[in-house]
Design a protein around this ligand. Sequence first.
Ligand code: ADP
Ligand code: GLC
Length: 480
Amino acid sequence: MKVLSVSSEVFPLIKTGGLADVAGALPGALKPHGVETKTLIPGYPAVMKAIRNPVARLEFADLLGEKATVFEVEHSGISFLVLDAPAYYNRTGGPYVDATGKDYPDNWQRFAALSLAGAEIAAGQMPGWQPDLVHVHDWQSALVPVYMRYSSTPELPSVLTIHNIAFQGQFGPSIFAGLRLPPHAYSVEGIEYYGDIGFLKGGLQTAHALTTVSPSYAGEILTPEFGMGLEGVIASRAASLHGIVNGIDDGIWNPETDPMIARTYGASTLKDRATNRKQVVEHFGLDDDDGPIFCVVSRLTWQKGMDLLAAVSGDIVAMGGKLAILGAGDAALEGALFAAAGRHRGRVGVSAGYNEAMSHLMQAGCDAIIIPSRFEPCGLTQLYGLRYGCLPIVARTGGLNDTIIDANHAALQAKVATGIQFSPVTAEGLLQAIHRAIYLFQDRKVWTQMQKQGMKSDVSWGKSAERYAALYSRLVSRGA
Ligand code: ADP
Ligand code: GLC
């Protein structure tokens, strides 16, 4: 089966979050199921710089008003189709925001162009390759099934994966003409959204199957609290919605082989984590004592509960804990965390910015990772934590709920606990969870048992790739 995957970020070429990890890992995980994937991404400067010997496969003289070329290239075992359109993607900032952190004003056009290019490839415009199905991710590629629905060529089966319903791609109605869709696409069945235009909303209406990245989140987005305005649309498509939990790429996230950590180790050599711990201590300027080091690797946003973390940092220190925080995002949250580091020298350390290698080292050297998210479609850092023996302390929501077994009395007795969950997601809830962690940490036998149990958990793509492959097969055999 041939699948066209369309994503606005794909690891290792370009990454701002978990979407990149998933879009990068899924093609490899699907290969054993007979699925051959080509992945369409925008030709951002980082992408154009990284690729070698690309082959031009398709030219657009007028892709929503700009010239573009699709290049095919292999990179890191992934078969990429790179949409080189300098007018859209050759910018100095990130994939979505400029250097000052503001959304590009033409994001609607940048990602409509990506989607239209995807729909053209789906329609067989790229010589020599005709996909059987299209898999799109989040709002940035959600217009692919919309363009397919309203075009004159036959529609291909399509899957839309919701990685985060908070990001919807909502724009004013004035952009409609620029999308070059027929007038009736601006309707409830199409992209009209509360008088505006909704990219994700249009995709939710037109994709043949919807998936999201954990069973819990699939249930949550049916409710107003988590559906963020789209709960009605989701409810109307509930029969086509599947919750499939993400896995991790074991080739990249494996403490026994990871080249980004100071010392590799496995479940039987956990004491070798000490070398990694020492480097974390040095990098973050922490006191070198035996107390637990809690880490955070996160976008610094309200979703991730980083305000809660800032609020309890002093209490964590008072309880004997240390905190190492790696994050980028909201300037006010960053400021609050730096202020905490200033108040608690040697106990709280902050590293601002994006640092892939450091994120690996922290999982390999810290004792626990704190993830106090208010909502979390899946979450990957808790899965990396499990794999690396860095105990996840997580809010009981979404994928965090589905992947971590709380260290309650029964689970500890049965030796199945892999972390700590807390609810409600408040500063008090978080603090209580940390308190439990510190208590458990004092009993090294129990703690080590939990680390080993976590390292044994199945966080691979195995079962989930099987579910995607089965879903693809059903859609393809049914026809669009
Ligand atoms: P989200 O996609 O919502 O940000 P996930 O947990 O799914 O959350 O994925 C986050 C990914 O980004 C993980 O691979 C994590 O290690 C990585 N990450 C987040 N912040 C940073 C950072 N500051 N430096 C390096 N990696 C980071
Ligand atoms: C989104 C979600 C995160 C999920 C990731 C990959 O960024 O916020 O929970 O793990 O997508 O699916």
